[in-house]
Design a protein around this ligand. Sequence first.
Ligand code: C5P
Length: 316
Amino acid sequence: MSRPSPSRPRRSRRVLRVPSFAKVNLGLEVLGRRQDGYHELRTLFQTIDLADEVALRPRPAAEGVTVECDHPLVPRDGTNLAAQAAEALRRYARVEAGVHIAIRKRIPVGGGLGGGSSNAAAVLRGLDHLWRLGLGPSGLHLLARKLGADVPYFLVGGTALGLARGDEVYPLRRQVRSHVVLVDAGMPVSTAAVFRRLDGSLTPRENSNSIFYFVSRDLEGKRELRLLANDLERAALDEAPRLKEWAGRIRDVLVQEGAELAALTGSGSTYFGLFEGAQPARRARAALRAAGFAAIGARTLSLAQYRKAWSRSLVR
Ligand code: C5P
């Protein structure tokens, strides 16, 4: 990757607002442990239209990178992944400018919906535009990988296969289009803790093939969502015993109301259902709320819709 020459940022003081969408993992297979301490994964990512708002306000270079967020669990210092993304890009492209990042959270925190990673990718893309670096998603990929395993996916979006640490991302030709019901259990789960717990019981799953099968059937024009599973689910439920009590009921309601797929996303704690129609999705939401759960309605975002949302926000 060749470094861009030092850049003089856009003079404008205008705030740039960029979308920062959530993802779900339609399926997730853990194939084994890697030398670098991470795990070798095979996963199917899907962006949904639930999004945080990220506002980037140009600041003088002396003010550096600052961040604010309206959610109490999100750090407001240099440990915030969005701030780290801005610092990394500033150093890499030798930009003499500061930026203030304001994040309005809509995506549940610690829910397996990729909010922090999505915020970081949004900052990379937004600042690439604001600072006129011209790197684009491919030029930002290496920086994104260093920030976190899920960050590269958010440079792409849509329905995509994730390999290696989840940071090798390949969009699928046929994109999933569904209504989505998310159940926010309101109990953040640590991804690192779930992987650690899994290590105690991990038997190599090189032969696991449900995602392979899904992709093959997809190429034939068939949709086999029901085959998909999440290898992190058991460890996540052991990590969050209260979620374990609820998981069966949440899944039952989603399935009873006709979900094509009812699953845990990432390392949890959010469950989701995919529905072909708006009506069953509405019914599922109502049934879950009646049972005392916080249910959120959303739609999947295809690769084309994701790109469109980004180009709309960058031309403004
Ligand atoms: O890369 P990121 O910081 O998002 O990952 C959070 C944690 O999840 C890592 O520290 C690691 O413990 C675990 N992880 C893993 N294998 C992956 C992705 C994440 O072990 N492929």
